[in-house]
Ligand binder design. Structure first.
Ligand code: 5GP
Ligand code: ZN
Length: 132
């Protein structure tokens, strides 16, 4: 599997060729605000290597996915999700056409903040500032 796809939007974000509002970054993982949030908090967590979707996941990726899952709750709180159990958040990984995946670089949506959530109804400024 290729580790980088020059035509992939999220690989370009990893490279800094497309700007993003970063939530978190380390050697393996990048998190950034979704350009089109549908809740007050909506960011994406991606591996820096190009993995198209969950359909390509192998055992070797388990530590990376584990780190993403383990990191998500802390980033969610830092991004403005309210504490469990009255608050909380949703974690979604769309996979393939039937799974509603539009960008084919594996990403974990982390979605939260006070309800109601309504896809497309939250202007970027309400989600924490100007989006790129
Ligand atoms: P999917 O439907 O593939 O699960 O979700 C892709 C997500 O990526 C969508 O929520 C969409 O708003 C977001 N997105 C697409 N292009 C960009 C971009 O260039 N920058 C950012 N920050 N988000 C993007
Ligand atoms: Zn990619």
């Amino acid at each position: 599997m290729i580790k980088h796809d020059p035509n992939c939007i999220f690989c370009k974000i990893v490279d800094g060729k497309i700007p993003s509002r970063k939530v978190y970054e380390d050697a393996q993982i990048l998190a950034f605000h979704d350009i089109s949030p549908w809740a007050p908090v909506h960011f994406l967590m991606i591996p820096k290597i190009h993995v198209p979707s969950m359909a390509q996941i192998e055992d070797e990726h388990a530590p990376l996915l584990g780190r993403m899952m383990a990191l998500a709750p802390r980033l969610a709180l830092q991004a403005g999700c309210l504490p469990y159990p009255d608050g909380g958040f949703r974690m979604v990984v769309n996979t393939g056409s039937h799974g509603g995946q539009e960008v084919h670089h594996l990403h974990l949506h982390v979605i939260g903040g006070p309800k109601p959530w309504l896809r497309g109804a939250i202007p970027p400024t309400a989600a924490g500032g100007a989006e790129v």
